[in-house]
Design a protein around this ligand. Sequence first.
Ligand SMILES: Nc1ncnc2c1ncn2[C@@H]1O[C@H](COP(=O)(O)OP(=O)(O)OP(=O)(O)O)[C@@H](O)[C@H]1O
Ligand SMILES: [Mg+2]
Length: 324
Amino acid sequence: MNPGDTILKIQDLHVEFPINIGTVRAVQGVNLELKKGEVMGLVGESGCGKSTLGFSILRLLRPPGRIAGGSIVYRGQDIVKMGRKDLLALRGSKIAMIFQDPLTSLNPLCSIGEHFVETLTTHERSIGRREALERSGKMLESLGIACDRLREYPHQMSGGMRQRIMIGLALIMNPDLLIADEPTTALDVVVEAQFLDLLGDLKNRFNLTIILITHNLGNVAQLADRITVMYGGAMAEVAPAGSLFDRPLHPYTRGLLASIPNIKLDQPKLMTMPGSPPDLVNPPGGCVFHPRCPLSIDLCPTQRPPVFSLDGHLVSCWLYRDSS
Ligand SMILES: Nc1ncnc2c1ncn2[C@@H]1O[C@H](COP(=O)(O)OP(=O)(O)OP(=O)(O)O)[C@@H](O)[C@H]1O
Ligand SMILES: [Mg+2]
């Protein structure tokens, strides 16, 4: 596969959580295409469906979550229809995921080495313990951690080191797609910046394609080639990172950018977006953003906008119905 070829194509994905008061429509008709070697930032307010989308790609939704429709095609295979055996082979060795809090993802009773040995032997049955430890040691060194720390336990590591261990565990099988869900939330700003640098470096070294889920627009600005903005379970806008920051099209993207500090702009004060994210059990009709949108027109409350393509942006907003 060449850089720039499509590695993952999500079409009209719907994910729901049936609960006692109704059905949470966490992902509503999302389309997403990812090219080999690119970093896609996935941003949006809390509860907009970012993690649900990430978990769906690995079919790791927590009960009662279910994929209610659509397809997730990875290298020609639809993950939604995949059998258990293929799914197990996919997880870890082709697509890996790292999570927000490394301490809850690492077993406090197992040494770092045991974590690596288990990951390796699960996917490569023929590998011996000695070879597994050797490979793990090399991986640790490449992440800036001395290999003799394989003997230590998670509580002996700092937060930044644990997050590097998590990324080592994710990369040891040499996956080609990494989904990083808020990987830096538990880190202080200095360690966070180091971790993002490391992620960028690993992307080049391992020829990785990355989905970086975050609510921190600064993080994606540093690393992402393209950014997908989600709102209320739906895709609002997809654009190359620079272009999204310079010329956001969707009113939600504009609101989001106006609400973060920007040293380039002379901002007398930060904007806040009025209203709150939608109730996903009873989402508003038409465009999910219309109750908060300062530019809403008559079509918005009644009809869901399709995706319009404009200046390299994909934007789901009726304002652009005549421009694409
Ligand atoms: N196991 C679950 N049961 C019921 N509802 C759920 C479950 N997991 C997620 N949801 C709901 O799905 C919606 C999307 O949640 P999700 O965790 O994907 O959002 P998010 O964008 O990742 O938010 P955050 O930035 O806070 O991590 C929310 O309304 C959430 O309450
Ligand atoms: Mg999340």
